[in-house]
Design a protein around this ligand. Structure first.
Ligand code: FAD
Length: 316
């Protein structure tokens, strides 16, 4: 079922979450073990992130190093198929521009279609490690709006090099948005113009970057509606869990860490106490968002479900 159909038929705010494929070599059992406790809250869908290739240095016998390209978290498509099979729940693979030619993207989408996967979150991806800015693979897409257009064209039966009536895919297309602005954009207004381009290219819904101050989300939704962006906007939430995240989350995701949350967290003697503060903060965020009638609360679990379980048990 499509995410937009879940939203349209819902009587109240839905629960969903995002997981990461395990590190290469780890068992899928651990991943399923982190998902199992969340099933009691009837998630409507589970997102699975996509991770492009990274580099590792491998020492040669002569002491010099080889730079080896490797994917540290492969398996997005297979995990989606396993989730749909195991839990009978809609899995949403993330699809990125980085590292893909358009032809490779087309084949990836055909795999998804054959597996009965009807949703995809369409993203650009970040720059490769060591690069200053995002560089598309030759023959690939430079921005997410182009990738949205490719998926949308495929939904009309238009492939890259042939037209077909035998493969009408019907992907529901999600895209990312940043209530506090994407870090590369010069202004939120410019960033939102590009967001509108993604919606005009065929995106059916939006998922936001995490935020800890709901006002950013509410202001952002108002601005979207004023710009004629009318698709559902799903808020993304991540509970604070460690002292380190007080600095690292704003640094990586370019977001505001509210003073009140930081002050409470800094009073804590250890990470277990910070985790509890993070849970309480996210519960308050969730209550206010549900009250405002948001379509779903989407949690970034980082494949650790204990905080999200504690939050969901108070909200759903
Ligand atoms: P875009 O929409 O392409 O925007 C990128 C930047 O370019 C923005 O600054 C925008 O303003 C600008 N821009 C957009 N279109 C144009 C244009 N046509 N011309 C000029 N400028 C333009 N990354 C992963 O690698 N894997 C994941 O699984 C993953 N999941 C994510 C899930 C969510 C919910 C979110 C919010 C992010 C996720 N990311 C993931 C991170 C994401 O890939 C990065 O934030 C990336 O830097 C931007 O992706 P985007 O799709 O928003 O890009």
């Amino acid at each position: 079922m499509k995410i937009t159909e879940h939203i349209a038929s819902a009587k109240s705010t839905l629960f969903s979450f995002e997981i990461l494929p395990p590190l290469k070599g780890a068992s899928i059992k651990e991943l399923l073990g982190s998902i199992d406790p969340l099933m009691e809250f009837n998630p409507s869908f589970i997102d699975v992130t996509y991770h492009r290739e990274d580099y590792v240095l491998k020492k040669r016998a002569d002491g010099s190093y080889d730079r080896i390209s490797t994917k540290k978290r492969p398996g997005t498509v297979a995990i989606c198929a396993a989730l749909q099979n195991h839990y009978k729940i809609d899995a949403v693979p993330h699809l990125i521009c980085g590292g893909f030619t358009k032809e490779e993207t087309e084949d990836f989408l055909i795999d998804l279609h054959y597996l009965g996967i009807e949703n995809a979150l369409v993203l650009r991806g970040d720059q490769e490690k060591g690069e200053e800015r995002f560089i598309p693979k030759p023959g690939g897409h430079a921005y997410a709006n182009e990738l949205v257009a490719q998926v949308h064209a495929m939904n009309q039966g238009i492939l890259l090099h042939e037209e077909t009536e035998s493969l009408p895919t019907n992907f529901c297309i999600g895209v990312a948005a940043y209530p506090e602005k994407h870090f590369e954009a010069v202004s939120l207004e410019e960033d939102m113009r590009y967001l509108k381009q993604k919606v005009d290219a065929g995106a059916d819904y939006i998922v936001t970057q995490m935020f800890f101050n709901n006002q950013h989300y509410f202001d952002f939704v108002d601005k979207c509606r004023a710009m004629d962006i009318h698709v559902p906007i799903i808020p993304g939430l991540k509970p604070l869990a460690t002292a380190r995240q007080l600095d690292i989350l704003p640094e990586i995701f370019h977001l505001e860490m509210p003073e009140a949350l930081a002050t409470e967290a800094k009073k804590c003697a250890n990470n277990a106490a910070i985790k509890q503060v993070g849970i309480e903060w996210a519960v308050q965020q969730g209550k206010e968002l549900i009250q405002a009638g948001v379509p779903a609360l989407h949690f970034y679990t980082m494949s650790k479900s204990d905080s999200v379980h504690a939050i969901a048990s108070q909200l759903f």
